[in-house]
Ligand binder design. Structure first.
Ligand code: KIV
Ligand code: ZN
Length: 517
């Protein structure tokens, strides 16, 4: 059987690696573990858990994922050099199923300007890295970075050498999001037809979305014989992002007549996974985003609604409940006790290791239940995101009073605790949120620039919690902070303080693609 005739499509999720390369989307070890557990529930085949050589923190996060995940393959990225491959191999060692993904750039511009290597040297590095990777695991993936701008004959040469060296998956990336669907399909078909040994490996595609064609290009590669797609939840990723997992999965499922392949994904977990990734990374999902946008299944026009009520298929090609829009699930109420709270956390796959963290989360739950009658799963996910097991927040909001009246300049009075010591301020602003931020800055003088501010409701209704995302930049470093509360000014102050807290933490980590091998 050739790779092209197999009917299973491997879903390789790189939210925790390529997705994390989005500005301000850096995640903690706890965050990554929560997402990895949810990806396993979603049924992805491979979780690219990170780039082990980036930092000690990245290594530890991959290791923790490798110790936790049972059914999916855990993968670490490595540049084609000895240190990276060894770090990757060590990081995934505890996983029942493990993969090393090594890569090197193959386009003339990358070889000359970034690597300063000849094509022969590039092939030699790739072969050595793959052979070393095979000493750690039988499952080795090789990527030719910037394959889209690489010479086809050279790609064939590199891939043949990679197969000889023991690679089991060959990945063809459109690193810069330059291709078009027809070209990408042609390239995949030509590589499969011309590479000696092509039938012994799985062909994979990895597309970026700079021209908005990542999903279309990936699907075109599938039609041409690719049997692995690399993608991320919500299309998160560098610049304009990667191909969106939810769109790939639902496209091949809904149009099986066209693609003739299927995945192992439990599609009812798509929306919960999308919400979790959005909450943790602070990257909101646009309302009209396919599959996971709030409007994706909403019918505005009266004519459409009438059609849908009479006969669903008139305007719907998928069912909302099949992708997990079973509306917000009522989780707990004001009278729910600690045991009920703990079991709901377990059902949601949230594992707060210490009693202290559990107590903190329960206290937050009780505070929220005092303000809001019904607590949904999304509320619990948001409040757990504010509980940190690994570190103590330096800045805490103690109290906030805002005065906002028609015709008057809004004012805010605030008390925050800085390393446990309370400090207060009063300030005016263009609006109540601005006044709150001016208060914080008058105490902390952070020197950070506000790059993005957004508010989204976590569930529906005017008593819903508002989730605020704040992106700050200082000296080229970008961080995102989140805060949730039924009062959006309080949520905003929490988000701003959370972002400042993240700016305090060390950030030294290597970027896999911006540095030489
Ligand atoms: O976009 C890219 O080329 C990558 C590689 C590391 C696979 O992310
Ligand atoms: Zn990429």
């Amino acid at each position: 059987m050739t790779a092209a005739s197999r009917s299973d499509l491997i879903i390789f999720d790189t939210t925790l690696r390529d997705g994390e390369q989005s500005p301000g989307a850096a995640m903690t070890r706890e965050d990554k573990l929560r997402i990895a557990r949810q990806l396993e529930r979603l049924g992805v085949d491979v979780i690219e858990a990170g780039f082990a050589a980036a930092s000690e923190g990245d290594f530890a996060a991959i290791r923790a994922i490798a110790e936790t995940i049972e059914t999916a393959t855990v993968c670490s990225l490595a540049r084609a050099n000895e240190r990276d491959v060894r770090r990757a191999g060590e990081s995934i060692a505890p996983a029942p199923k493990k993969r090393i993904h090594t890569f090197i750039a193959t386009s003339p511009i990358h070889m000359e300007k970034k690597l300063r290597m000849t094509p022969d040297e590039v092939v030699a590095h790739a072969v050595k890295a793959i052979e070393l990777a095979r000493t750690y695991t039988d499952d080795v993936e090789f990527s030719a970075e910037d394959a889209v701008r690489s010479d086809l004959d050279f790609l064939v040469r590199v891939f043949e050498a990679a197969i000889e060296a023991g690679a089991t998956t060959l990945n063809v990336p459109d690193t810069v999001g330059y291709s078009t669907p027809a070209q990408w399909g042609e390239r995949m078909a030509a590589l499969i037809a011309r590479t000696r040994g092509a039938e012994r490996v799985v062909w994979s595609t990895h597309c970026h979305n700079d021209l908005g064609m990542a999903v279309a290009n990936s699907l075109s590669a599938v039609l041409a014989g690719a049997r692995q797609v690399e993608c991320t939840i919500n299309g998160l990723g560098e610049r304009a992002g990667n191909a969106a997992l939810e769109e790939i999965v639902m496209a091949v499922r809904t149009r099986r007549d066209v693609f003739g392949v299927d995945t192992r994904i439990d599609t009812t977990q798509i929306v919960p996974t999308s919400k979790l990734v959005s909450t943790i990374t602070g990257y909101p999902v646009q309302p009209n985003k396919a599959i996971v946008g709030a409007n994706a299944f909403a019918h505005e026009s009266g004519i459409h609604q009438d059609g849908v009520l009479k006969h669903r298929e008139t305007y719907e090609i998928m069912r909302a409940e099949d992708v997990g829009w079973s509306t917000n699930k009522l989780s707990l109420g004001k009278l729910s006790g600690r045991n009920a709270f703990r079991s709901r956390l377990t059902e949601l796959g949230i594992d707060l290791a210490s009693e202290e963290a559990l107590n903190d989360a329960f206290r937050r739950f009780k505070d929220l239940a005092d303000k809001k009658r019904e607590i949904f799963d999304e509320d619990i996910q948001a409040l757990v995101s504010e509980v940190h097991e690994e570190r103590v927040d330096r800045y805490k909001l103690v109290s906030l009073k805002v005065c906002s009246e028609t015709g008057e300049v809004p004012t805010a009075q605030m008390v925050i605790a800085v390393d446990g010591v309370e400090q207060s301020a009063q300030a005016q602003g263009a609006g109540p949120v601005d006044a709150a931020f001016v208060c914080i800055e008058s105490i902390l003088h952070s020197g950070a620039n506000l790059q993005l501010y957004s508010v989204n409701n976590i569930t529906s209704g005017t008593d819903a919690q508002g989730e605020v995302n704040v992106r700050l930049e200082r000296a080229g470093r970008i961080v995102t902070g989140q805060g949730a509360d039924t009062d959006i000014v309080v949520a905003s102050a929490k988000a701003y303080l959370n972002a400042l807290d993240r700016l305090q933490q060390p950030a030294a980590r290597a970027h896999p693609q911006h540095e030489d091998v």
